[in-house]
Design a protein around this ligand. Sequence first.
Ligand code: GCW
Length: 725
Amino acid sequence: MKVITVLLLFFYCVVSGKAWSNEYDQGDDGYRLWLNYTFIENDTQRLLYLRQIANVQLVGQSDTISIIDRELKKALPTLLGNSINWSTNVPQSNGLIISKANSTLRHNYKLDHSLKMINNEGFIIKTVTDQKQNQHVLVTAKSDIGLLYGTYRLIQLMQTGKPLSDVNIVESPKIALRMLNHWDDLDRHTERGYAGESIWDWHKLPQYKEQRYFDYARANASIGINGTVVNNVNANSLILTPAWLEKVRSLADIFRPYGIKIYLSIKFSSPQQIGNLSTSDPIDPNVQKWWQGKAAEIYKLIPDFGGFLVKANSEGQPGPGDYGRTHAQGANMLAKALQPYGGNVIWRAFVYSHEEKTERSLQAYNEFVPLDGQFEKNVSIQVKNGPIDFQPREPFSPMFGAMPKTPLAMEFQITQEYLGFSTHLAYLATLYKEVLDADTRVKGIGSTVAKIIDGTLVNKNITAIAGVANIGSDRNWTGHIFGQANWYAYGRLAWDHDLTADEIAQDWIKMTLTQEQSSVNSITNMMMRSRENIVNYMTPLGLHHLMDTGHHYGPGPWVDNLGRDDWNPVYYHRADDYGIGLDRTSKGTNAVSQYATYWQTRFEDPAKTPQPLLLWFHHLPWDYTMPSGDTLWNELVKHYYRGVVATEQMEKDWLAQKNHIAPHQFNQVKMALEIQVEEAKWWRDACVLYFQTYSKRPLPNGLSKPDKSLDYFKSLTFPYAPGQG
Ligand code: GCW
């Protein structure tokens, strides 16, 4: 009897993936990410799927096809709670066919038109009827990788309860290089990483291939990420030595069948550091030869190596500027070394210098825009979404649209350096969308940032997008369960920037947390508001860079003693007895001049500047009248308080989901939210008290006073805060 009960219980757990019987069995701990193939509870939907695809024919032979095979064998029986018939022939009744487009398929199912619309990574998912009147779901593509992407999409449709009865999806990625950038050091420290150590255990590579590397590749492939830069842009030249290249090769071999190319961040001074040369000057023939030799060595090991990512002459990194050469001269020297093999150079535009007296937000544009047209065709310039540095909110970088002859890649930050590390719930798809959809107006209405990076506004050789990864050795990959949503959303948007943040959130929740619709709605709601909450309690109304020194953890608006002006928060908020904000109009730093006329006229005038960016562009008196009729001071304070109230609400909303979420996941988020509520108050109180020393005005009526003093907040130190540079 006992045995039967245990067996039944075991069976139930396996099938439902949802029974948590005791404290050691807490259900999903987050490791599975969105590839959570739980039994589809809805009987009608499940039966429908079973009728449609219980017979599967997978055609082809390659490592990628084997991955598809494994994925389907993992997903289908679990999702459907039933066994599936696998066959090498066309299903004799309704079924699923996965096959590259051959002439029979083209002819039988009239695929020619659809095939013309997809590129090599694209896929078609289509309901078709064969001569015997059987209905099949057909997944087809031009390549095995396309089939893999199509398979993941099919599984996603099922995980999210979408119908397969009349499906007709014809899709290709809108951007060619969809990359993750890991800021991982070779000693496993991760710069701005908050999810444990680096996932790369370099010491044990090349031989020891952790399961996590395969799971990483699988997760990325499932959302269409096809490139990864495995080491920090603050690079260590060791990565290019033979022993390390062997390690890199080992990872590249794992990633290849998942369609992921490996890239490396390189140190510009490598010829001196590891090549025994006396210079790294890009016009020196020996330096050029050294890089050519290095490229040859790399491609021998990794024939599909993606290329180099370069941070040069930025924050102390070496670069062509050390020899009086331009970024173009530096990038082109590397580009030429990679050209014989089809590799790319991705050169970062994140440069600023405090010797340069121009205000920081102008500097990247000033340095790069004059070089437009001078780069080799395999170079793209990677630009951070805003002109400063991944703040909770920034305007779009004026570089987008200003270099029509140069491919510009987007750099987003997925890791939450300035958004509460891995304890604050910040769904970043809303931030990404805000930037991608921003209309630069450089070529009239509709000149969105997305169209500039995907090459539709001006044709580009290379289209690319990068996300600074939030992945680490933590069991749940990203520290915060909701950090997974940002990895996921980044991938989905890199593939298709026309998706909405809302629909991506819903998919992610259904695939990761719960299928219960009321829960999905409530959690979507939390996610959609989460980033704005953070803006409110950290940097409302266009304020920015108020984070504390070095580690960027918590508030430090008072910091004014760092070696460089532009590392000090006071440089950015400029609070004084008169008012607050940085005047970037023509009367101030004139950063507005870098935008198209449409935006110049708006940003120049506080009444026309979008309110969320007000203090980014203007220094305004404390009594400035806001559109609400309130004073600027009152509005500012109210935003801070609103941010806290909304965070408390988010906590309540989460607690109400208890019965719908696996206990382990539920508790992780609950604990993080407790921290977040505390820290939201900390941000609010520290900032309000500090700004009050200038405004000298009382808090608006009805708001309770902070219970700690400004001195208390100033006294806090965090010597071992994670992720420091
Ligand atoms: O956001 C800043 C970070 C640095 C980082 C730099 C960059 C990798 O504080 O840690 O360095 O940007 O993007 O290069």
